[in-house]
Design a protein. Sequence first.
Length: 330
Amino acid sequence: MVKFAPSSQKMENNSSTGSSTNLELAASWLHDCTNYHEHCHHQPQKKSTLPLRVLDVGDRETKQKLFLSVGEDRIGSYAALSYCWGKSERKRKYLTIKQNLEQRQATVDDSNFPKTFTDAIVVCRHLGIRFLWIDSLCIIQDDESDWKTQSERMGDIYANATLTISAAVGEDSDSGLFVDRDPRKTYPCTLSFQYPKEDGLVTQGAFLTCLDSYLPRTAYLDTRGWTFQEKYLSPRTLHFSKTEIYWTCASSNASEGLPMGLNPLNNKSDFDKYIMVDKNGALATQVDMVQRYYWWYQAMEIYSYRNFTFESDRLIALGWIGLEISMAWR
């Protein structure tokens, strides 16, 4: 089992949340989750059904040209990006539209990509995830029929992803994932001390100190409507914040400050525990049913405060959560 040892962390050359040290930490979280986590073994692992369109990013060694890989009923490893489009005044030349769809199946020019996209590609390559799903690239933006079809599958896309990459940094796609910070504010550190024993001898000791918080800080991403079901349906998420990276899954919440992780006890973990249907068909207990009702009321209160660019999307963006609820209550 791969474990990340806090005592071996080196803060030099780690002034960015996208440093090689951090990406190796993320790789160890992903490895542990897909191989050892008791409550994550039934979740998508390294292979699952690919969405209709995904961006083929190659791997870290070759860094081949990017292109849109298209096809039904294919198996592979993919990540999904959760981010905010924002209200950028610049023309979004990176969108996939009818006019450039055919060309993009041969090659995609990433020179106009916002920073969040290029950073996500770096993450995928480092983690060995070949495919990346981004809505603005993988849905034909000027095709109403395609948008309707793919948006109805969006819950499935996040639920089947090996990993969701969460851009919890800024308010638009130009903010990126990687930011410069002072790692000393987040890293666990060893505190050495001395104390006298009963016989008068002075003894030396040490213990590890870390931040009290191990959950992602509330970000602008958490105020947007479409990201609600992305958060709950994703089996595992790697969060990039302004200060550090975080990991959340059904078995663990971890961060740079607490890389070993703790058992999750929050609204997301309640969803994983009480709402997601047991794949073996286990019958729900009375406690489970009460918790499901409690989660639903609590979640709807949270959801009511989410914002949408188009208010007409509010019901659509809740569709897959509603489906999981209905299956859990059968």
